[in-house]
Design a protein around this ligand. Structure first.
Ligand code: ATP
Length: 437
């Protein structure tokens, strides 16, 4: 029984990975040279999906609030940042190496820590492996030139805490928010986007008085759950895990992970941590609290979202199969607000200039100008176009036919139900706007 399920779930991952490649969402990084493990290149629809997710996040947590300040810090940061933050000393995973085949494994992910799962050879002692990518800045080669690609976006906010306070004079509680790349030299990148070496994070550092941390921890937990639902993550597959002390990051006094039922197991999707005053204290930063008329070090609640894991969870939540006209079809039930293409426009026949002209000038061009993420699709017959758009997750396919030329209406076909309705061309804009909201 278990075996069957595993096969089914492995198949699901294979289907998603292959759909992502076939339809131009996500490719293996450096693919034509054999691939670079843990890196991915994003194609046209993947970028669109990712941008929509990031925009939904920014809209809710930055633009939608009065107490949040956006940041876009440099990826390269001085080594002092990572010394003070504890990452140089402590951002390491336990690693073991096989004596025989020399393959390296993450020790805490192994069932058998003595025997190599690949070749049966003997595994060596557990070592600590620091996951930061080090590089040299400038032409000098001494150790003072060492810099690190950030392994988390968080420090980019802490080191700009003073700048933000001086520029905007925010009152507690307030937050800083950032979306950007993070890099971790993972020992075993795997499970597609789940464990990559280069990925993106969306993070908030929310500064409060010490006495308020529990209240805001609960508040942000709820906010995170609401956002997950908003972007179409299947909430039946999301579980909260109170992370025990021994598993928490070095800076955290409380962590709750939001786990997701991935096909390869229940694993961390996002997390929220109470970082106390650990980081601001280490960077020797403080804040003048006007209410208490004294200098204090604010405490920090950190809701963290991985963009790539969000994309994977959304793909897995949206993927569906059913039967249409005696054939199995696969489709992505993206929410209209997130879908990379909101609608595709087709002339019924591509060799009829009057249909092409109408579809192009009266339907496609105005919708494209309004929504941007509009596709022109006249390839193959209508059935083929629908299947293709279903796999891209396009909620609406609009077809211009011969009746359109006289009644100025088009057929709008719904991705999930396959139902078609006639909509006046003049009403299309509002029709789609309503669906997005
Ligand atoms: P894990 O235990 O899975 O290695 P973590 O606890 O180290 O993850 P955090 O340090 O809490 O992860 O990172 C914050 C978020 O960044 C995670 O919730 C996840 O969404 C994302 N993330 C972390 N590591 C990776 C990775 N290697 N690839 C993709 N996303 C990642």
């Amino acid at each position: 029984m278990k075996k069957e399920k595993n096969t089914e779930e492995n198949n699901l991952m294979e289907k998603i990975v292959s759909l992502c490649k076939r339809r131009g969402f996500i490719f293996q990084g450096s693919e034509i040279y054999g691939g670079l493990a843990g890196t991915f290149d994003w194609g046209h629809f993947g970028v669109a999906l990712k941008n929509n997710i990031k925009q939904a996040w920014w809209k809710r947590f930055v633009d939608g609030r009065r107490d949040m300040y956006g940041v876009d810090a440099a990826i390269l940061m001085r080594q002092e940042v990572w010394q003070k933050s504890g990452h140089v000393a402590g951002f390491a995973d336990p690693m073991v190496e096989c004596d025989k085949c020399k393959k390296k494994f993450r020790a805490d992910q192994l069932e058998d820590t003595k025997k190599c799962a690949d070749c049966g050879g003997k595994l060596g002692a557990v070592m600590k492996f620091n996951m930061m990518f080090a590089t040299k800045v400038g032409a000098s080669d001494d150790s003072s030139a060492t810099s690190y690609l950030r392994p988390e976006t968080a420090q980019g906010m802490f080191v700009n805490f003073k700048n933000t306070v001086d520029a905007f004079h925010p009152r507690l509680p307030f937050g800083m928010a950032q979306i950007g790349k993070a890099f971790r030299n993972e020992i075993t990148p795997r499970d597609f986007l789940f464990r990559a070496r280069e990925f993106e994070q969306m993070e908030i550092e929310y500064f409060t008085r010490e006495g308020d941390w529990e209240k805001y921890f609960e508040y942000w937990k709820d906010e995170m759950l609401e956002w997950m639902e908003e972007v179409g993550i299947d909430m039946a597959k999301v579980h909260e895990l109170e992370v025990p002390k021994e598993d928490r990051a070095h800076y955290s006094s409380r962590t709750v992970d939001f786990e997701f039922d991935f096909p390869f197991g229940k694993k961390e999707l996002f997390g929220i941590a109470y970082r106390t005053d650990f980081d601001l204290k280490n960077h020797e930063l403080d804040y003048v609290d006007e209410e208490e008329s004294k200098k204090i070090t604010p405490h920090v609640i950190e809701p963290t979202f991985g963009v790539d894991r969000a994309v994977l969870a959304i793909l897995l939540s949206a993927y569906a199969e059913d039967e249409k006209e005696g054939e199995v079809r696969s489709f992505l039930k993206f929410k209209p607000s997130i879908a990379p293409v909101i609608c595709a426009v087709s002339p019924l026949l591509k060799n009829k200039p009057e249909l092409v002209e109408y579809a192009n000038t009266k339907v496609y061009a105005p919708l494209k100008a309004e929504f941007g993420r509009v596709a022109w699709d006249d390839n193959g017959n209508i059935g083929k176009r629908y299947r293709r758009q279903d796999e891209i997750g396009t909620p609406f396919c609009i077809v211009v036919d011969f009746d359109t030329l006289t009644d100025n209406s088009v057929t709008v076909r719904d991705r999930d139900t396959g139902k078609q309705e006639r909509v006046k061309v003049a009403d299309l804009r509002n029709y789609i706007k309503e669906k997005i909201n």
